[in-house]
Every structure is written in C-alpha cells, then in structure tokens.
Ligand binder design. Structure first.
Ligand code: CMC
Length: 447
C-alpha cells in the first residue's frame, strides 16, 4: 500500500507521457524566473522551494501552514485514514474487522510490528506485557503527594515522566532490545498508573495487577477490586473495554502522535516522549473532548433544551463537543462502532439517561445546515463518555481511558520516526513580524 494518500486525479506515473508531468512548474512573477519542482506521492518537497529567491540575500521561498493543515511531516506505514469516505485502517486492516475479530493486545502487536502475530508470537507478547505491569513502590509515594481531587491526567503525565528516572536504560533508543523492553514497560504499566491515580482520588488502597486476567480485565481489577479474593470482571464490560481500546490504539498524525514524534526527535527517552504525548492528549480539543461531551450533555440537561443549545453553538457561543474532525468529513467510523457497544453496556448497567439527549443532539445536528455545510459529524468522543460513565468511571478518567490504548500507537509512531533516515530533530520555521533592532530603554524613560 502506498503510504501517502493520493489525490483522485493524480496522473498515472506508469504511462510514458504522464511520467514527464510528475513535476510542478512555478513562475515567480517577482523575478520572472521559472522552476520545475518534482512531484512524488502527490506531494512536493517544501525544501525544493528554497531555490526560489529574489536575490542572493533572500533566504528562499517557504510555505506557511499553521496547524499543519496541508503538510505531510512524515512517510508512515502504520495507519490509513480516508476522511471523506470515513475509512480507518491499521496496517491495512479495517477498523471494523479488528473491532470484531481482534483483541487490544493483538492489535497493539499489529500496530507496532506491522503484521498480525502468530499464536506463539501473541502469547509471548501477552506474557511480556503482563509481566511488566508492576510499578516501583516509590511511585506510590509521589502519587500520595497529589491532592485527593488532582486530575488523573495530571497524575498520569507526571508518573509516566517519572518512570524515565527508574529506567535509565531507556535512553539507549537506537538499541532494538532496549526499545522492545520500554515498549513492554509502557504498555504494561499504563493501566497500573491510571488505576492507581483513580484509587488515590478515592482514598482507596491500591489494587495490584493480576496476571491471570486479560489486559482490560486486569485494568478493571486494579480499578474496582475491593474485598473479594479474586476479582472477576464482567465479560460484557471487559469485552466492551477491549473494543474501545482497539478503536483508540492509533490515529496517524494527530496532535498527540505529532507531540510524540516531535519530542522524540530530540532523542529523549520514550517515557519522557510519552508523557509529552499524554499532555497533548489531555486538551479538550483532543482526548479531553470525551470529558467535555459529558459535561455538555449534563449542562443541556434535557431533550427539550437541545434546540436552544444548538442555537448557541450556531451563534458561535459554544462548540458542540464530540463533533467535527480535522480529517473526517464524514461519520467517524469509530463512532459508529461505539454506538453498537453502548447498547451492550447499557444492557448490563442500565441505560444512561444522558443517551436521549445525545441522540437528539446528533439527530438535530445531522440535519441542520450549519453542521451539514461544514461536514461536522459525531467523532469518537461523542458516545464514549456515555459508555464510560455507565461503566462507573468518573468523567475525569475519560481521557485516561484514551491514553492507555493510544500508547501502542505513540510507540509505533516514535519508532517509525527514529528509524526513518529522512527524519531529523523537528524544527519548524517562522515568519518573523516582530520589532526590528531597537535600543534598550532605561527604566526612567519608559512610559
Ligand atoms: N462545534 C461547532 N462548530 C464547529 C465544531 C464544533 N464542534 N467543529 C468545527 N466547527 C466549525 C468551526 O467553527 C469552523 O466554522 P467556520 O468555517 O464558520 O469558521 C468550521 O466548523 C471548521 O472547523 P475548524 O475549526 O477549521 O476545524 P479544525 O479541523 O481546525 O478542528 C476540531 C477540528 C476537532 C478541533 C474541531 O472540530 C473541534 O473543536 N471539535 C470539538 C472538540 C472535539 O470533539 N474534539 C475531538 C476530536 S476527535 C478525537 C481526537 O482527535 O482526540
């Protein structure tokens, strides 16, 4: 599969005459000079524009692309998205198939290794992940330093960063064996850190990992175990969580994956880079949106008040959280799968009363011209919060539930960046519009 998405009208490079057209002719009207810039994978290399100058002192032409709306920052072979058609694939496998047939651990293996594991590869992988779930006892000491109402994402970010101090060998990033070990550690310990943060907020003793349980089953054990000798997760909830983890495992060059790549490009250890990626995910426009959706539904309060709320969104007073996406201009395929899981969870836990408000929001928004014109559809975060709430999670845990599975995607993106000979330390350019050189003004002369 070609790693870079192709525009529909791209000429066929295999045809002789078409091949000659695989370039872009540019005329600089300031100088009258013309340039021929090669096109590869439907893309021009921004550095090729540097030759376009008005004179020897000119730095050369740059592109201006705040928020990377139209810039490919890497070549990737991990995740494919067609936002117009609503397609999402990990390593070529459709998300719908993986959600139906795979498990999170198998999917994480696929994302990181590029191929589905054999039976023995999978059992080896699961063994190593489950044998890296324990965290150093000192971690509990600094968790204890947080306020009882500290946001669990803040605790998670800090404790992930702190792991780098326990594993100085993680700095050996060009050693394949070391990278594999940190991968086991990060995927294994994320649920433990998340669950410990949750138990801390409740003032409950920490519940230690149980290696007999599945990845999501063990997470539920560390969250919800009380006095029972052996915690037995509800199979429906365990399965639902596993699917949710699959859906959140990777999403190509989003804000947190870009943070992972950018920070990792300085060759820092993967714990520090993952802490940065988790911080990026925390924001309400990214992984924090699931928390905001729930707050929004509670603020709306009833089905009858939905039209008034939509009116405020259209007036620019509010954003409809859980709607819209930089890439998807169609129904987010993950949101469709999540709607199905919601029914299974509600059958066990009872229907979430906020569901009717959410359905009404979706119903009105999908027919309203404002949303239709801007191609705003429900995204992955629109329904996840309702499921998480029904499963017994407080809203502050929602972004944490996103961060745990996304760790496999971050690590795959990080490793791909490290091994890509075209990559270097990330360092964008700027267009400087500040003051020119000016004299220092002594304090008594300042107004
Ligand atoms: N509610 C109301 N209007 C919106 C929304 C929204 N949720 N999203 C976009 N718009 C409008 C926006 O105001 C703009 O209108 P106009 O053309 O009149 O200025 C137009 O739609 C295009 O939006 P944009 O801001 O240029 O789109 P973007 O690609 O920069 O932003 C987004 C994408 C996800 C940040 C944005 O849609 C948003 O803020 N959504 C709500 C937060 C959310 O649900 N985030 C989760 C994203 S999915 C999971 C993840 O990646 O973590």
């Amino acid at each position: 599969m070609n790693p870079v998405q192709q525009p529909a009208s791209r000429p066929d490079a295999s045809q002789g005459s078409a091949k000659a057209r695989e370039s872009l002719s540019i005329t600089d009207n300031r100088t009258g000079k013309s340039y021929d810039v090669p096109i590869k994978d439907g893309t021009i290399n921004a550095v090729d524009l540097r030759q376009i100058k008005t004179g020897p002192d000119d730095f050369g032409m740059m592109t201006y692309d705040p928020a990377f709306n139209n810039t490919a920052a890497c070549i990737s072979r991990i995740t494919y998205i067609d936002g117009e058609k609503g397609i999402l694939r990990y390593r070529g496998y459709p998300i719908e198939t993986l959600a139906e047939k795979s498990t999170y651990l198998e999917t994480a293996y696929l994302i990181l290794h590029g191929e589905l594991p054999t039976k023995s590869q999978l059992s080896d992988w699961a063994y190593h992940i489950s044998h890296h779930t324990f965290i150093h006892e000192s971690t509990k000491k600094f968790l204890d330093g947080f306020h009882y109402d500290a946001h669990p994402m803040g605790m998670l970010i800090s404790t992930i960063a702190a792991l780098s101090t326990f594993y100085p060998d993680a700095k050996d990033i060009f050693n394949e064996e070391s990278r594999r070990k940190q991968t086991y550690r990060l995927i294994g310990k994320m649920p433990t850190l998340a669950a410990f943060a949750y138990r801390h907020s409740l003032g409950m003793p920490y519940s230690y990992p149980d290696n007999d349980l599945s990845y999501p089953g063990n997470f539920l054990n560390m969250l919800f175990k009380t006095t029972e000798m052996k915690y037995r997760p509800n199979p429906t909830l365990e399965h639902a969580l596993d699917i949710l983890f699959i859906l959140h495992a990777d999403h190509e060059q989003n804000c947190s994956a870009s943070a992972m790549r950018n920070v990792g490009s300085s060759h820092v250890d993967p714990f520090s880079a993952t802490a940065a990626a988790t911080a990026a995910l925390y924001g309400p426009l990214h992984g924090g949106a699931n928390e905001e959706v729930l707050r929004m539904l509670m603020e709306i309060g009833s089905v009858a008040k939905v039209p008034a709320y939509i009116k405020r969104v259209k007036a620019g007073e509010k954003k409809l959280m859980g709607f819209g996406h930089r890439i998807y201009k169609n129904y987010d395929p993950r949101a469709r799968i999540i709607k199905g899981i919601a029914d299974q969870v509600f059958d066990v836990m009872g229907r979430n009363p906020l569901l009717d408000i959410a359905l009404e929001v979706e119903h009105i928004a999908l027919e309203d011209e404002y949303f239709v014109k801007r191609k705003l559809y429900p995204n992955v975060d629109f329904y996840t919060g309702l499921i998480y709430q029904s499963m017994g999670f407080p809203v502050t845990m929602f972004p944490v539930l996103f961060a745990i599975p996304r760790t496999s995607g971050w690590l795959a993106q990080w490793e791909e960046m490290l091994l890509d000979p075209e990559q270097k330390i990330a360092r964008p350019r700027q267009i400087y519009k500040g003051y020119d050189k000016r004299p220092y003004v002594p304090m008594e002369q300042r107004s």
